[in-house]
Design a protein around this ligand. Sequence first.
Ligand SMILES: *Cc1c(COP(=O)(O)O)cnc(C)c1O
Length: 369
Amino acid sequence: MPKAQETVLEIDLNALKHNFEYIKSKLQKDTKILAVVKAFAYGSHAEIIADYLQNLDVDYFAVAYVSEGVALRNAGIIKPILVLHPQAVNFKTLIERCLEPSLYSSKVLHEFIAVASEEQQNDYPIHIKFNTGLNRLGFSDNDVDHIISTLKSSKAVKAKSIFSHLAASEDLSEKEFTIQQIQKFKSIAENFSEKIGYQPMFHICNTSGILNYPEAHLDMVRTGIGLYGFGNSEEENKHFKPIATLKSVISQIHHIKKGETVGYNRAFKSQTMVKSATIPIGHADGINRQYGNGKGYVMINGKPAYIIGNVCMDMIMVDVSDMDCKEGDEIIIFGPHPHSASEFSKTAQTISYEIITAISTRVKRVFLT
Ligand SMILES: *Cc1c(COP(=O)(O)O)cnc(C)c1O
């Protein structure tokens, strides 16, 4: 790869393949893999990532919203796409584009059946979501009888899977709670399939669920962050390769005299002579203001250069005193472990998920194949 000459997010498709194979190595042969490509494939590029994964034999995709599913269909993705959080206003579009809804309450189930009937659908695939402790979206275990009678009274839809979502699968201090969630889901699943008279697929694991609870892989697993290179623990991170490297360049070097200030609101006041470098990336690109004033840093020739002053909309300034660097040099904001997005995000008390999905579309995506 030639050195960056502007801010770019470099996406390594070989790393994606590596992560996919690693996750697959954790599964039984007949366990299906659903790739979560919501939020632009966690800030990378939904269409290109989904297309690549489709050729790697992924069984299913998931997105959060209907518009994301439509974008994948427009890009030629033909595998089934689960929409995790569709809104009724988009149900007609969802059906037109052969997307499959997660239905999580009596209200949305009835709304969806009404639209599917109007569109003269037969056995349209739906996915029933149960709440087992996250308390975000999902039917409760008491709703099973009502769901069954609703499904039996309509020919328009058919439950292709029933699923749930773990609240703390990455947090081993919550193991007891997670095991309870898994038990609860298994008992709902058995009750449901007995009463409906056929066997939908069952799934509950996200990436950390896959890694930490092999007994809960069931028929399918849903992996997001793992595909993008994060195992949610130092130990597991060793097996993953972050697919995205955020790079930029030094636009200008300044020599700041003692008593001078840097950036808006004069937030950095120089105590000594300081050499600063201005970088063309700011809060409009996803580096939010929490990273400013000495928290976040970028790597220059393998050494950390801390952000000084406030993060601007389009730029940051970093301290490069004592560093051998010049205008035009490449810098790295995050990339492979150990200088990964999860390390970078810790400097602002957040997590890899947040920083990687925050990199705005203004940052050019380039692909390594
Ligand atoms: C986002 C999401 C996932 C993916 O979780 P990771 O931790 O990124 O693997 C799986 N299932 C549901 C319901 C989600 O919303």
